[in-house]
Design a protein around this ligand. Structure first.
Ligand SMILES: [Zn+2]
Length: 466
């Protein structure tokens, strides 16, 4: 942990020590918060913080859930007003009902919140609300409002919030270590920020064709449940202060809109995502409709190692919905695990032909080849995907894993560096590419290639500070 935190501070110190900050001028028509935190800096902080969260564990890494939640995030972000960031959403494995936004469009949704949402419109309501905090740059504004904040204080402030959100003890430890006094305050959006986020979220949801009423009903449910059993479980209400006034403001706004033009409140994908999450977190007691309940049982069976039962439950679902990834991927996995590799390969091949260039499928295919001990084919498959899609960060990450298994350290570090670069995590990208460089002694072409990427990173790091 200490090392990770240290990297975060190093990253931020690097930003502050670059020339230019001291002379930074107020841009004539720019946003005043830019002088505290530019969008590019926000991006870097977010990328770095999420990399730390992932490294610490406690994040649910599941290709299907990841792509579901991120597709929802992209849909909402592209309908939001303000500074749009490429959204990055993760699911924190924690039963608390909470969600938070890190600068730069990085949003963490707790598994407890996703399971508490009864339909997609409720989940989307929270995501749209978090997106509004990001696009309105509320954290940067909060930091700007506190006088005398240096970048180090900003770093401490953000690290404290995040660690506190994931693990209260850790958050407190950071604060008491005196790294930054601000950390103790953690995030508390002001009422004004909350009202603004609610208002923008409603517009965003409407533009994205999602019923905005889920947001109001979800907030009401949370407030009612928190009233019945107060405690840390409803952390969301503390970080996003809620009161009946705020809920009536949302209700009033909704009442003034034409309900005939509200979009969908639910989707089959949401129901399957929730069932899958319940299985992966071992959560029982949810009442799920069919086929979500059978799906939950199948994923639970697969997790227990009961592959035959998983196949038995998934086969009919897949037969009725060919091409549905929620069923096909775990079915292929379970078939593989029971030694029915031909049938498994067929299911996966069908999917790949349906979704060419899908990075989730690439990740599964490569993982699978690696599990079978075929690092060579895994490497070749991933290499080809990266050549076809040089901007695909996930493909670069998959290639870096395959390269590591295929004993190619240069490419392992270079692709990891490219992944971080595509995700705007300049510090981590620089680090990986410098490591890659140490493997290029007898490879002048790779040396030149990596050198030019390193220069590009340095140029970009310099620019974020202007
Ligand atoms: Zn909020």
């Amino acid at each position: 942990m200490t090392r990770h935190l240290f990297t975060l501070f190093l990253a931020l110190l690097l930003l502050t020590s670059l020339p230019g900050r001291a002379q930074a001028q107020l841009p004539e028509l720019g946003n005043p918060v830019d002088t505290v935190l530019s969008p590019a800096e926000e991006r870097q902080i977010g990328a770095e913080v999420f990399a730390q969260l992932r490294a610490r564990g406690g994040v649910i890494e599941d290709p299907l859930l990841d792509s579901y939640l991120n597709d929802l995030g992209i849909r909402l972000m592209s309908s939001a007003s303000g500074t749009r960031f490429a959204p990055q959403l993760i699911i924190v494995d924690n039963p608390m009902i909470n969600a938070f936004t890190v600068p730069g469009g990085y949003i963490a949704i707790f598994s407890g919140l996703m399971l508490a949402a009864e339909n997609e419109s409720e989940l989307a309501g929270v995501v749209a609300h978090e997106i509004a905090h990001a696009t309105q740059r509320h954290i940067a504004q909060m930091v700007a409002a506190q006088t005398g904040n240096s970048m180090t204080a900003v770093a401490g402030f953000i690290a404290g919030i995040l660690l506190g959100a994931i693990d209260p003890q850790l958050g407190a430890a950071v604060a008491t270590a005196g790294i930054a006094g601000a950390a103790q305050n953690a995030i508390n959006y002001t009422r004004m920020h909350e009202r603004e986020a609610d208002r923008i979220a409603i517009d965003t949801l409407r533009r994205a064709d999602v019923d905005p009423r889920g947001m109001a009903s979800f907030f009401e449910t949370l407030q009612r449940r928190a009233g019945a059993s107060p405690g840390r479980q409803f952390e969301f209400l503390r970080t996003h202060p809620m009161n009946s006034e705020r809920i009536s403001a949302i209700r009033d706004r909704l009442a003034g809109l034409n309900a005939d033009r509200f979009g969908a409140s639910d989707s089959q994908s949401f129901r399957l995502a929730r069932a899958r999450l319940a299985a992966l977190t071992g959560t029982s007691g949810l009442s799920l409709e069919q086929p979500a309940e059978t799906y939950r049982q199948a994923v639970t069976a697969e997790r227990r190692g009961d592959h035959d039962q998983a196949v038995e439950k998934l086969r009919p679902l897949y037969r009725d919905h060919p091409g549905n990834r929620w069923y096909a991927l775990p079915l292929a996995r379970a078939l593989n695990d029971t030694g029915r590799t031909q049938e498994a390969d067929r299911v996966l091949a069908d999917l790949i032909s349906l979704y060419p260039g899908d990075s989730t499928l690439l990740r599964v295919e490569v993982d699978w080849l690696l599990d079978r001990g075929d690092a060579k084919t895994a490497y070749r498959t991933a290499r080809q995907a990266v050549e076809e899609r040089p901007k695909d960060a996930e493909a670069a990450l998959t290639l870096s894993r395959a390269a590591s298994a295929a004993n190619r350290p240069l490419e392992h570090h270079e692709q990891l560096g490219r992944y971080f670069l595509l995700k705007d995590n300049l510090v981590a990208a620089h680090q990986e590419l410098e490591t890659a460089y140490t493997y290029t002694a007898d490879n002048p072409r790779a040396q030149a290639r990596i050198e030019s990427t390193l220069q590009e990173i340095e140029r970009r790091a310099g620019q974020t500070d202007e």
